[in-house]
Design a protein around this ligand. Structure first.
Ligand code: C2E
Ligand code: CA
Ligand code: CA
Length: 710
């Protein structure tokens, strides 16, 4: 802070002294004005701004203190230095009391006067600036407080133990809690039970910046939720953004975690609207039963579960026998009511976990996960036929309907949703042909599509000949560094008359027929060919992993064959990893270990796919030459829904750590899953959230962009 160009008022009645002081001050670049007495001084002070008053205490009027009092009373930001004959020491004390910054003896020493004036001005300017800063802070704090309190969002701070140190008033209208009762309470006071686990890593957020929790959905308790039925639901859905708060840092002192800061937005209305439209998209509005889409979805889920954990189950197709007549003669209104009643009655025959859907018109579909054997399915079919035999009362009319039921079993009659539904439908026609009011089990002789299998097989042979297969590549990413650590090769089939087919739709048939050997080999060669191009064009080399079917893995000379392909395309053995499922590993453990060791001798590493489903033991894994575990996507999927899923994932992470294996989480679809996985120490991920499987060109672009982006 400097004192140059400061403006000084000199109050002096002796012209000689006045003149010499003026010259001295001007020599030091001060601007000087003069006043002969106190009254004149006050007049000037009222008119012009000054930085300092230099005041001779000995004025004839003896009223020098008037000037000091004037400055003090107006709280003017003006410094004061008093000149005084040393004899009158009580005057000096008095002047200091009245706010003078310094008192100098007369006659003054020039250097001392200049020093004293300079100091007083600097001090004054410092105080003035300081006061201005403080005032601005106060203003802005008021403003911030106002904004925070008026915010439509909940704004809060937690201490390092997770207790509220701040929450804005919005909590009172949104949740019915008073601010005062929450301060000092743990955040779990507000968390709706089922979301407690989720809250642990959202609200206990230690990260800051872009990596902190972002737009996570969670439910909060309402204070009166349980007791006031008219208060609506017990919880409120909010979207949370939270970030860690650290104490301000010295350059080298370690930062200290102070707690979290966050914002929660009420998204209940949006959720409700979403729920309603999701309901409408997935349900039949007349009977309130799931529609065809939801049914297919549930069926696909049952199939993937059954594939992992082999079970059998039944699918049924129901068609009312004489509905059309009733509808045509008695009208839609009665027809609609009848359909509703039929739905209710059939539903009454089911057990928990079964799915009844309305497929459209007078058709219903059933998924019976617990009816694994023909006898179970037949028994339920009979029960339904019986239940419909009693007449229905609709608008005081007695109506009779019967139904024909077709049954197909998984996996005997089909391994994908479409095939199972189609075959249950075929069986239903057979039941109609038997005279209606009956059920029939699918049988190959029933339909023309027995040959479907054969057709697919023939198409596949043609596909191999005419290059209809294509390899897609899905990146595996270290989400901490952003680095693409590998690509998984996944086969696709550009079927000339159908959509792009995914492996689920043709690999089972390929395995049955043995064509899988040719497909796997084709994929291996194609992936290696592509990688050798990338290297030639100096795209950063990434490892590619290729899935091997059980039959391929059991081929004699497997290691030599793979090594031969690598050699042919000029690739080092580290450029390839093979993936075999945990199920394959467990099936024939001694033989598997021998094969893996042989591959290892050629420098080819292996990953265990779908890990976590097959109960491979730690001690067994320790003896296998493997490089990577792939956490099965079922566990990743479970992160949202159950706590067993999450704890299994955590157990597998620590297992991989103790074995010093790379762990890749598969099927990561959401930020919540990503955050959770990272929080338990899993950093390499693969899934739609990061990238879906991509055609070669797009995969290459993806890799190049990642490399540049770093
Ligand atoms: P996989 O080895 O477990 O492959 C991962 C599968 O998960 C891929 O399905 C991939 O598209 C899918 N996926 C990736 N990210 C996500 C996600 O975030 N969410 C969900 N729901 N799924 C995701 P795809 O390509 O349909 O392959 C299915 C299975 O077919 C593979 O399962 C693998 O076992 C087999 N397969 C694929 N290509 C080949 C091959 O060339 N040879 C053999 N023998 N089997 C293959
Ligand atoms: Ca795989
Ligand atoms: Ca997998």
């Amino acid at each position: 802070m400097d004192d140059t160009h400061a403006k000084i008022l000199v109050v002096e009645n002796e012209a000689r002294v006045m003149q010499s002081v003026k010259e001295l001050l001007e020599l030091h670049d001060y601007q000087v004005q003069l006043a002969a007495d106190s009254r004149e001084a006050i007049r000037q002070l009222k008119r012009d701004p000054f930085d300092l008053v230099l005041l001779d205490a000995e004025q004839p009027s003896h009223r020098s203190h008037c000037v000091l009092d004037f400055i003090d009373a107006g709280k003017l930001p003006i410094a004061a230095v008093v000149l005084n004959d040393p004899i009158f020491s009580d005057v000096a004390v008095d002047a200091l009391k009245r706010g003078a910054d310094d008192v100098l003896p007369m006659p003054y020493a020039p250097e001392q006067l200049i020093r004293s004036v300079g100091n007083a001005i600097r001090k004054q300017r410092f105080e003035r600036d300081d006061a201005a800063v403080r005032e601005r802070l106060l203003e802005s704090e008021k403003l911030h407080r106002y904004l925070v309190e008026r915010s439509p969002d909940l704004i809060y701070m937690l201490d390092s133990e997770g207790r509220f140190t701040f929450i804005n008033s919005r909590v009172e209208s949104l949740l019915g809690f008073r601010k005062s009762e929450l301060l000092g309470m743990h955040y779990s006071t507000l968390v709706y039970g089922p979301d407690e686990e989720l809250s642990q890593y959202v609200l206990h957020e230690r990260r800051t910046g872009r990596r902190a929790s972002h737009n996570v959905e969670m439910r909060l308790k309402r204070r009166d939720g349980g007791t006031h039925p008219q208060a609506g639901t017990r919880y409120l859905t909010v979207e949370i953004n939270s970030t860690g708060v650290y104490s301000p840092t010295d350059a080298d002192a370690p930062t200290r975690f102070r707690g979290t800061y966050g914002l929660m937005r009420d998204i209940s209305e949006r959720k409700e609207a979403e729920a309603i439209s999701a309901y409408q998209a997935s349900h039949d509005l007349l009977t309130r039963l799931p529609n065809r889409f939801l049914f297919k979805d549930r069926l696909s889920l049952a199939i993937s579960q059954a594939r992992r954990n082999p079970t059998t189950f039944a699918v049924m197709f129901l068609d009312l026998d004489n509905f059309k007549t009733i509808n045509d003669t008695l009208g839609h209104l009665i027809g609609d009511q009848l359909l509703q009643s039929v739905g209710t009655r059939v539903f009454g025959c089911l057990r928990e976990g079964d799915t009844l859907a309305r497929a459209g018109g007078d058709e219903f579909m059933l998924l019976l996960p617990q009816a694994g054997r023909i006898d179970d399915a037949a028994e339920i079919a009979r029960k339904i036929l019986d239940a419909l035999r009693n007449p229905f009362m609709v608008e005081s009319r007695e109506l009779f309907v019967t139904v024909s039921i077709g049954i197909a079993l998984y996996p005997e009659h089909g391994v994908n949703a479409d095939a199972l539904i189609r075959r249950a439908d075929v069986a239903m026609y057979a039941a109609k042909a038997q005279g209606r009011d009956a059920y029939a089990l699918y049988d190959e002789s029933m339909s023309a599509d027995v040959s479907e299998h054969v057709t697919l097989e023939n198409d596949m042979r043609e596909a191999l000949r005419s290059d209809q297969f294509q390899v897609f590549y899905q990146p595996q990413i270290n989400i901490d560094s952003g680095e693409v650590i590998g690509l998984e090769a996944l086969v696709r089939w550009r079927h000339p008359r159908r959509a792009l087919l995914t492996p689920d739709e043709f690999i089972p048939v390929a395995e049955d027929s043995g064509l899988i050997l040719s497909i796997d080999e084709w994929v291996l060669r194609e992936a290696c060919r592509e990688m050798s191009h990338w290297r030639a064009e100096s795209v950063l080399p990434v490892r590619v992993s290729v899935n091997l079917s059980a039959r391929q893995f059991e081929q004699p000379n497997l290691a030599a064959t793979i090594a031969g392909v690598l050699h042919e395309f000029g690739l080092p053995s580290g450029a390839l990893e093979i993936e075999i499922t945990e199920e394959m590993v467990m099936k024939n453990s001694e033989e598997t270990a021998r094969r893996l060791r042989e591959l290892g001798r050629h420098g080819i590493t292996a990953a265990i796919d779908d890990f976590g489903t097959g109960y491979a033991s730690l001690s067994y894994l320790r003896r296998l030459p493997i490089n990577t575990l792939k956490l099965d996507y079922a566990f990743v999927h479970d992160i949202h829904t159950s706590s067993t899923g999450t704890s299994i994932a955590a157990a597998i992470v620590s297992m991989a750590e103790s074995l010093d294996l790379t762990l890749i989480a598969e099927g990561v679809e959401t930020e919540v899953q990503m955050d959770y996985l990272r929080s338990i120490g899993c950093h390499i991920m693969q899934g739609f959230m990061l990238s879906p499987p991509l055609p070669a060109d797009a995969a290459r672009e993806f890799v190049e962009k990642k490399v540049k982006g770093r």
